[in-house]
Design a protein around this ligand. Sequence first.
Ligand code: F6R
Length: 608
Amino acid sequence: MCGIVGYVGMRNAPDVLLEGLKRLEYRGYDSAGMAVRSAGRLEVIKEVGKVADLERLVAERQLEGSQGIGHTRWATHGGVSVDNAHPHCDDCGNFVLVHNGIIENYMDLREELEASGVQFCSETDTEVIVQLLARLYRGDMLEALLKLIEKLRGSYALAIMNREIEDTFYCLRKGSPLVLGVADGEGFCASDVPALLPYTRQVAYLEEGEIAAVSKGLLQVWTSEGVAVEKAISIIDWDISMTEKAAYPHFMLKEIHEQGAVLRTTLKGRVENGRVDLSSELGWDPELVGSWKKLHIVACGTSFYAALVAERVLEKWTDLEVKVDIASEYRYRHSRADADTLGVFVSQSGETADTLAAQRLARSQGAHCLAVTNVRGSTLAREVHDVLLLKAGPEIGVAATKTFMGQIAALYLLALYLGRMRETLTAAEENRLLDEILRLPYKVEVTLEREESIRELAGKYADRKDFLFLGRGISFPIALEGALKLKEISYVHAEAYAAGEMKHGPIALLEPAVPVMTIIPRDGLYEKTLSNIQEAKARRSPILALATDGDDLITKHASAVIRVPWTDEDLTPFLTVVPLQLFAYHMAKLRGCEIDQPRNLAKSVTVE
Ligand code: F6R
């Protein structure tokens, strides 16, 4: 949600900022801007639209300089306009800054500033910060920033330039992500690592409340009390090719096709001799694991659906009382985590504001907290007791696909590991399941090879306005995920229901114009779901069935059948999700939608 980037060094800053903003555009794309130090002045350029629109303007103005900050916006306070786009300046043009986050007390601060005669140019909460900073500054930047922190309530990642101070820009963070980068004679900051990858892999993560001064080849950091801290430099193990589309027309399609590989890397080194071994990552002793009675899994969006899939196997393979919740609900209810609770927080980015808040709540109540995330240095990963990494590589498409695959794989490994440590799953059963889990990467790839038939099916239904998705048991969260993918990238209305719930209301929606996508793998609930198909068919809805190879019966009942290879009934989500991702992708493509950057969405939801 909003991407920020900063640079100082020997390269042309506008080029570095534009490259960084393109790589952060998944965070917001309704307007973009940059400020560059040029001949002693702070030049600001901003434009409504995409980073490409800003790029044209930068070229027209022939903007050059060796220091700058940039921003790509996802509007919160103030509509989409040039005035509201970042960077924002104080009224004397001495300070300029970019912001990701929300200042909660901005109305009070704005009123105070207006009362003292300050004139505002925008409706944003961000302009309040820069006007305030200009009035707090008395020649010492650190002192002014410490005073600023005291006044601001809310969340922020900020990159700031002061006209008086050459070759250094400043950063602050509280509640929104910010990573610093360093290379020989160069300094960087960005909301996320992919923006830095073309230039450096040496990064340092700012902690809550920290302040940084970024200069050429040098990072200085202080706590929110002004105490200098030595920052450890981490080396990023992602490489730049992982952040490029290769021959694919969209990141989403590339990421869907990477899912076999994602499964292999997520399983690698964690399965040995027919057993799951997470001891080097989690280091849990049997006494700790035996002390847990409850398991709370908390997440948002697609990550929440991954948690719902895992809930089914955790209930089956362990004796824990499992509860799964949406983070924005969990954080405000009386959830009662305690020392008997293992809290599992699932987040691709590790930066989702509600998931972070839910984790802090559970931890304060005494729970042992585990992050299941794709981003090693993310806020979530740094705040929990333990981390289970997805190893999916960077996901750039706004719609989550390969990270869902990585999440369910990591959560299944966790379920097997807990089952073994709590002695609720036999070694023979674990062995049998792992045998089949190790075949899944290949079966995912077989499913992907059937893309053409899914594209044809999307061609037949691309004009429909409403879809119903149905599934039972472990296929219900897959119905939810399939419907979410369709909604978010093709803007087609789709509802997902547990198949048994259809009669309790949604059946009223059914008519020939409303196709029913039913996830019906060959499992213990097959016949029940088949009855639901009959009910929908009787209302003359076209039935699109997602079924198992070799299931001949289904062809008699469905208008169209998409097939996946057979797998164990507990593992079907690994395969059934794939055609639904492809279906949403091709529907969106046929409808001419912006697949990698759907309207109104941002990949990382860093505000509440
Ligand atoms: C959907 C999607 C979102 C995210 C959600 C949580 O395709 O990407 O629903 O799953 O915003 O994000 P993370 O997993 O980063 O916490």
